[in-house]
Ligand binder design. Structure first.
Ligand SMILES: C[S@@+](CC[C@H](N)C(=O)[O-])C[C@H]1O[C@@H](n2cnc3c(N)ncnc32)[C@H](O)[C@@H]1O
Length: 260
């Protein structure tokens, strides 16, 4: 089989069927040069794609169903762990904002289903989630439309940096970017990409909030060292406004330094 056919085979599985083509190719290329058979390349690519993209606890989440937000938030590892703490987290991050805020949730997963927590705590939010898994994008857009929220989800790879920047720049200030538990995934595809992404979007946003799991989630152990490196990068280059841990997740809130 040629590479195009192998990639087609990889994405035949429902869980990978709506991933951006570029991201699948990036992962496939990691194994393509190895002296291994086609079946092994397919298996290794799918394994890594699963590590990068599938943080949900049930594949039921991939079907468009009219479930309540809490049901969905419980079906994804990241949001399930955050569920009891949403109000605390959002109040702490957004405490200085009284007007309408534009939030860009990069690698959103199903975090858009937490929109009610903005409302409940009195925040007027226009939410844009950017996510690679097409099914999750459809799920969020279905919910936003039904609930008539100021929110939308966009099916896009975060490696499409110029498009990501355009989406952010289209909205008014204040602009806040969430990168919740997403940087590990990007680093698995391209080392140091987090650094580039943050550096390129920070000049035109008011705040970035990065989060990491502090207790080990399945298959995450090997990224702990790189997180130190990333925290130091943020400390050295930007102004940290807050740094706190709630529910096994550490949040770092930062902005550009005044003289930049
Ligand atoms: C661990 S989950 C976190 C989800 C969400 N940010 C949260 O904390 O609730 C990481 C998410 O990033 C998405 N993701 C990973 N790489 C991506 C990429 N290159 N472009 C867009 N989304 C990506 C995955 O599909 C997944 O939904």
């Amino acid at each position: 089989m040629n590479n195009r056919e192998l990639i087609e085979k990889i994405t035949k599985k429902k869980e990978f069927s709506q991933l951006p083509q570029k991201d699948v190719e990036f992962v496939f290329e990691k194994f393509d040069k190895r002296k291994i058979g086609d079946e092994e390349k397919v298996r290794l690519t799918r394994d890594l794609l699963r590590k990068i993209f599938s943080a949900f606890t049930s594949k039921k989440i991939l079907s468009l169903k009219d479930k309540n937000p809490e049901w969905i938030l419980r079906k994804h590892l990241s949001t399930r762990e955050r569920l009891p703490f949403y109000s605390n987290v959002y109040k702490r991050i957004l405490k200085n904002f009284k007007c309408r805020i534009n939030i860009f949730d990069l690698g959103a997963g199903v975090n858009g289903f937490s929109y009610e927590f903005f409302k409940k705590n009195g925040y007027d939010v226009n939410y844009v989630g950017i996510e690679a898994i097409g099914q999750l994008v459809d799920l969020m857009n279905f919910y936003f439309k039904k609930s008539k929220f100021n929110a939308s989800a966009v099916h896009l790879s975060l490696f499409e940096l110029s498009k990501v920047k355009k989406i952010i720049q289209k909205q008014k200030k204040p602009r806040i970017v969430f990168l919740f538990k997403t940087l590990d995934s990007l680093e698995m595809i391209e080392r140091n990409y987090s650094k580039r992404l943050i550096s390129e979007i920070l000049p035109f946003v008011d705040l970035i909030v990065v989060s990491f799991a502090t207790k080990s989630m399945i298959r995450r152990e090997s990224f702990k060292v790189k997180r130190h490196w990333l925290v130091n990068f943020i400390k050295d280059n930007f102004e940290i406004l807050d740094d706190f841990e709630i529910g096994g997740e550490r949040y770092i809130v930062f902005k550009k330094k005044k003289n930049l």
